[in-house]
Design a binder for this molecule. Structure first.
Ligand SMILES: [Zn+2]
Length: 367
């Protein structure tokens, strides 16, 4: 590791400890990070100078040994601008604390805007949230549909009419704060990992809405893949002549994609007009197809958890149970027996929260 990289790494260790644990003594930080006391004191001094960390005075509770001065991250004085561009009706903006609490919200209807006009709209929304902030903004994070590279260029997002749009660079210049952009399914996975208690060792968060996509966190980091499209499972074929179901045409031009079974419109179509038991059976058959599609993924990545993010009245019941049964049937016991399949623990703000995590990890190295 180069000296500069080592320093950035150590700094992230200190901030990460304070973010997760709260106020701590320098000795506690050294113990938890494995850094020397001298290195910790040096880094804390630098972080205090930057206004990210504050000296909180002497620890007051009863404790053996001599009292120690606590330091803490100034989370109450820091904020993050977060945008969620996944809704086809309106773009959502919010100001969040580093711990993911929403301080204020703004939204603006797309009104059919796409391409450059959609970029303008996003820029104005971000400016509005930034201008309303009553504390220091450390950056802006954006959850966007589409395939997005690590520099925040939208490679393609057909719903917004974007192709090779350097969204992060354009907005960083316009806003004067660092801007990070990622695919919305990826931000949901990051949010569940950072704020929702999902297993960092291996979690797949499947987003079920108008389409189906997934974000994967493995070994504490987001999986990106060769084309930055890791998790794009919506157009994997799950219904064909061998499955005994009628394959439906998909928006991508093919038949029988996972999206034609599991998207919210597909699930509603599947259950429309059915009585309770028949609807449960229809949801269970969708869950079984999901299990078939995920079994090799869960096995290859040795995942601990699969989270379903979408309408609980459709997902949390026969669908989820059938997916878990299928996954257990089709994977080695060492992987499948302890596997957890559940709905996401964060609500509708999960993509916004994940956009905030982009800034935490991009600017502070904390996740
Ligand atoms: Zn498709």
């Amino acid at each position: 590791m180069l000296p500069g990289h080592a320093r950035a790494h150590n700094r992230a260790l200190v901030l990460g400890h304070l973010f997760r644990t709260g106020p701590s003594s320098r000795a506690d930080i050294a113990r938890s990070t494995g850094l020397t006391r001298v290195t910790v004191s040096d880094l804390v001094g630098e972080l205090v100078d930057e206004g990210l960390v504050a000296d909180l005075g002497v620890r007051t509770e009863n404790r053996v040994g001599k009292p120690a001065t606590l330091v803490g991250m100034r989370t109450d004085e820091l904020a993050i601008v977060a945008l969620d561009l996944t809704d086809d009706a309106e773009a959502l903006g919010a100001l969040l604390t580093p711990h993911g609490e929403v301080l204020l919200r703004r939204s603006v209807p797309w009104s059919g805007r796409a391409g450059a006009a959609a970029v303008d709209l996003v820029r104005e929304l971000a400016r509005e949230v930034l201008a309303a902030a009553d504390r220091r903004v450390i950056g802006a994070g954006i959850a966007s549909p589409g395939v997005i590279d690590p520099d925040g260029t939208v490679v393609q997002a057909p719903n917004r009419g974007w192709q090779d749009v350097p969204l992060a660079a354009l907005l960083t210049e316009a806003l004067g704060v660092p801007v990070h952009v990622a695919n919305d399914a990826d931000t949901r996975a990051l949010a569940e990992f950072t704020y929702g208690g999902a297993a960092g060792s291996g979690t797949l968060v499947l987003t079920i809405g108008a389409g189906v996509g997934a974000g994967v966190v493995v070994d504490g980091g987001l999986l990106r893949g060769t084309h930055f499209a890791a998790g794009e499972i919506g157009h994997v074929t799950v219904v064909d002549a061998t499955t005994g179901e009628q394959p439906y045409p998909c928006a991508c031009g093919r038949y029988g994609c996972l999206e034609t079974v599991l998207s919210v419109p597909a699930l509603r179509r599947r259950t429309a007009g059915l009585d309770h038991d028949s609807a449960a059976a229809a949801l269970a058959s969708a869950g079984r197809l999901l299990g078939l599609a995920l079994a090799p993924v869960v096995s290859v990545l040795d995942l601990a958890e699969v989270l379903l993010s979408g309408p609980p009245e459709l997902l949390d019941g026969p669908l989820l149970a059938a997916a878990l049964d299928t996954l257990r049937e089709r994977t080695m016991p060492v992987i499948g027996s302890g596997l957890v399949v559940r709905t996401g623990s964060l609500g509708e703000d999960v993509a916004l929260a994940g956009a905030a995590v982009l800034v935490l990890s991009g600017q502070l190295g904390v996740s």
